[in-house]
Design a protein around this ligand. Structure first.
Ligand SMILES: C[S@@+](CC[C@H](N)C(=O)[O-])C[C@H]1O[C@@H](n2cnc3c(N)ncnc32)[C@H](O)[C@@H]1O
Length: 230
C-alpha cells in the first residue's frame, strides 16, 4: 500500500501487534490497513463518530480487500467496542484534550496497550495516563509537513500517580533526536507564552504556578550543559 505519512508511521511502529486493535477516529482507515497488510494486527475495529469518515474508510477497505479483517463501526470513542474485542487502542490525529476525554469514558481491558498521537495538548494525555495508572513505555517524535508531533505508547501499571507538570509537558523525552529536541523546544515555548500571558493578565494563579513548575523542570533537566542540552 501507499506509505503512511510520518505521523501515522510512528504510531504504527509503536503497535506491538499480535492482538486486535481498536482504531478510534479512523477516518480513511489508513493506519488499520497498514497494520493488517504488514501483519502487525490480525484484526482491526476501525471506529469513527462520523458517517462520512467511515465512508472514506470503506473505500480503503475495498481497495485493499480487507473486508474480512476490518470491522467498521460508528462509535463515539470506544462506546461501541467491548473490552474483550481488542488488545490495543490507537487514537491518532485528535487534540490531546479530546483523547483524554475519550479514554476517561472508556472501559479498557486490563492488559491494553495505548498508542496515542495528539495533535495538540500532549500534557492532557500524559496527565490522564498518570492519574489512571498507565506508564509510558516509549515516545517517538516525528516531523510531518513542517510540524513536529509526539507519539506515545503506554501500558497499565495499575498504580495511579500524581500528574507532575514537568512530566506532563515533557514526558520521557530525552532530546536524543533532532525531532525530540524540536518538540521539547516547541513545548517549552508554548508553556512560557501561556505563563507570561496569564501573568500579564493577572489570571488563573494556580495554572500559572503549574506552568512555572513545568518551566523549572525544563531548565533543570534539559537546558544546562550538565544534563541534556537542547
Ligand atoms: C483528523 S481525523 C484523524 C484521522 C486519523 N486517525 C489520522 O490520524 O490521520 C480525526 C477523526 O476523529 C473523528 N472523531 C472525532 N471525535 C471522535 C470521537 N469522539 N469518537 C470517534 N471518532 C472521533 C473525526 O470524525 C475524524 O474522522
Amino acid at each position: 500500500m501507499q506509505e503512511l505519512r510520518p505521523r501515522l508511521k510512528a504510531a504504527a511502529a509503536l503497535v506491538r501487534g499480535g492482538s486486535a486493535v481498536a482504531d478510534i477516529g479512523t477516518d480513511h482507515a489508513y493506519l488499520p490497513a497498514w497494520l493488517l497488510l504488514h501483519g502487525v494486527a490480525p484484526r482491526v475495529i476501525a471506529c469513527d463518530i462520523g458517517e462520512k469518515p467511515l465512508a472514506n474508510a470503506a473505500e480503503t477497505v475495498k481497495i485493499y480487500h480487507l473486508a474480512k479483517k476490518i470491522d467498521l463501526r460508528v462509535s463515539d470513542g470506544l462506546a461501541n467496542v467491548r473490552p474483550g474485542e481488542y488488545g490495543a487502542v490507537t487514537i491518532c490525529g485528535m487534540g490531546g484534550t479530546l483523547i483524554a476525554e475519550i479514554l476517561e469514558k472508556a472501559t479498557l481491558p486490563v492488559d491494553v496497550q495505548l498508542v496515542l498521537q495528539p495533535m495538540t495538548h500532549v500534557e492532557d494525555v500524559r496527565a490522564w495516563l498518570c492519574r489512571n495508572g498507565f506508564a509510558i513505555d516509549r515516545e517517538i517524535c516525528v516531523k510531518d509537513a513542517g510540524r513536529v508531533y509526539c507519539c506515545i505508547s503506554a501500558d497499565r501499571t495499575g498504580t495511579p500517580r500524581a500528574a507532575e507538570p514537568g512530566f506532563c509537558y515533557f514526558g520521557t523525552l530525552t532530546g536524543e533526536t533532532e525531532e525530540e529536541r524540536a518538540f521539547l523546544r516547541k513545548t517549552c515555548a508554548r508553556v512560557k507564552t501561556r505563563a507570561d500571558a496569564l501573568a500579564a493578565a493577572d489570571r488563573f494563579p494556580e495554572e500559572q504556578a503549574l506552568l512555572r513548575q513545568a518551566l523549572h523542570y525544563y531548565e533543570t533537566n534539559y537546558s544546562n550543559d550538565r544534563k541534556r542540552p537542547l
